[in-house]
Design a protein around this ligand. Structure first.
Ligand code: DC
Length: 206
């Protein structure tokens, strides 16, 4: 029997992570935030003083990735966001991270969130959600997240950064961000986390 996979994709700050974590706890499944993998690769490239858009440096960082890299405290915030999006556009980086994501899910099923889980990583996942929200709502959420972590940020600049990153993630040729044909769409613009969780359970018929 194939492992039970719930694939959650969508743009930045749409509420994927909160929802995926909650679905995983509800079903007793492991959870993988695949964005962290790209963030950790980006961090390694930045630490080496290299350009995140440099395929040679980024692929080397992806191959050198270790589990402890995912526990670093500096994986979130504006410089890491843009650098993660840059390394994520490089096919060799994506290829290097694919086996880890598939092995994680195949071990005992999982909830994974990202941009290409339902299209590339687990195209045969039983359940797929594409989670979105308006750019304004997502900019506001990301801005509040920065404030809660003590990171000073300008709302307009954060909203623009989110918009630019989504545009880049959707336009790249390697595994672009897009809904799988069989994904259910969930717009969280007007929903709080409890409402989004209830809507997800209903959409997935779980
Ligand atoms: O989900 P996140 O914001 O932490 O992801 C950071 C970046 O990583 C995002 O801009 C695009 C990239 N990413 C990706 O290309 N594929 C994934 N499955 C997850 C993230």
């Amino acid at each position: 029997m194939s492992p039970f996979i719930i694939a959650i994709d969508g743009p930045a700050a749409a509420g994927k992570g909160t929802l995926a974590r909650r679905l995983a706890a509800h079903f007793g499944l492991p959870y993988l935030d695949t964005g962290l993998l790209y963030r950790a690769v980006a961090r390694r490239v930045l630490d080496a003083g290299a350009d995140p858009a440099d395929p040679i440096a980024a692929e080397a960082a992806a191959r050198a990735l270790r589990p402890a890299d995912l526990d670093r405290p500096d994986l979130r915030g504006p410089p890491a966001d843009a650098a993660a999006s840059a390394v994520a556009a490089i096919p060799g980086v994506r290829a290097a991270l694919l086996a880890f994501q598939r092995a994680f899910g195949r071990a005992s099923g999982a909830v994974l969130d990202g941009r290409d889980i339902g299209t590339v990583v687990f195209p045969d996942a039983e359940k797929k959600l594409y989670v979105t929200a308006s750019p304004e709502a997502r900019g506001l959420r990301r801005w509040k997240e920065f404030l809660s972590r003590g990171v000073a940020a300008d709302l307009a600049a954060v909203t623009e950064e989110v918009r630019a990153r989504d545009a880049a993630d959707a336009a790249r040729s390697a595994a672009p961000m897009k809904p799988a044909d069989d994904a259910k769409l969930l717009d969280t613009t007007e929903l709080d986390p409890d409402q989004a969780f209830a809507a997800a359970l209903a959409l997935l018929a779980l």
